[in-house]
Write a protein of this length. Structure first.
Length: 232
């Protein structure tokens, strides 16, 4: 186990591979060319790094026409990447740069769920109304929560059949508190986008809370997103 852990840590710790894994946190699949540009390296070098990550089952690759797209191989991998970010000292240049990126800090995607200030506030709202309940190191959903999620178009029975965590706390690197992850967190993001509460920003993990979203979050989650954003 120690040997395997060391090998995985070494894979993730390489600067180019770390940038590849970080880039994928926005929930989209990328081609080798796009990842090479992001990691500022050559096509030959990115190919070598991608092959290592695929071989280690950290990434998967899917062919679409002439292109090959890379993404995480399992939904638990982005949780590991996000958790590692919490190890960055708060006073380091990297941490200060990220924390000064107001749009990313305020509302962003953490792979397939909502993170940042907004993600933490939404999770707090669900907990306060007991739509979700903290149990040990996981979240569970209450009968009232099932009814509420059904009211916004989420089929809880289908979510529970997925081969991934149903609802889990994900430690937010900018807030240092938990937001909602797992299949339930992904469903919440999908519904928020579908209902026009949130919009993705181009070429960024940051997301915009719309005026419709501010009203919906106040109505459904009992949280004043607009007031919180003004006070920051």
């Amino acid at each position: 186990m120690e040997k395997q852990f060391s090998e995985i840590a070494s894979l993730i710790g390489d600067p180019v591979r770390a940038r590849i894994l970080w880039a994928l946190l926005d929930g989209r699949a990328y081609t080798a060319t796009e990842l090479a540009i992001y990691a500022d390296t050559s096509a030959q070098n990115i190919s070598m790094h991608l092959n290592k990550l695929v071989k280690a089952d950290l990434l998967s690759v899917e062919s679409q026409g002439r292109h090959r797209y890379y993404n995480y191989s399992r939904p638990d991998i982005p949780y590991v990447i996000e958790a590692i970010a919490n190890l960055v000292p708060g006073g380091s240049p990297a941490a200060k740069e990220q924390l000064n990126d107001e749009p990313v800090r305020y509302c962003r995607s953490c792979y397939d769920h909502i993170a940042g200030t907004v993600g933490v506030m939404l999770t707090d709202g669900l907990l306060k109304q007991e739509f979700i309940i903290k149990q040990d190191n996981n979240f569970d959903i209450s009968p009232e929560g099932e009814n509420w999620f059904s009211s916004i178009g989420t089929d809880i029975s289908l979510l529970k059949k997925q081969k991934r965590s149903f609802a889990r706390p994900c430690l937010d690197w900018s807030e240092r508190r938990h937001h909602l992850g797992g299949a339930l967190g992904a469903a919440l993001l999908n519904q928020a986008i579908y209902n026009g509460w949130i919009r993705r920003m181009k070429d960024s993990r940051a997301m915009i809370v719309t005026g419709k979203g501010e009203q919906a979050f106040l109505e459904h989650f009992k949280i004043n997103i607009k007031q919180q954003h003004v006070s920051r």
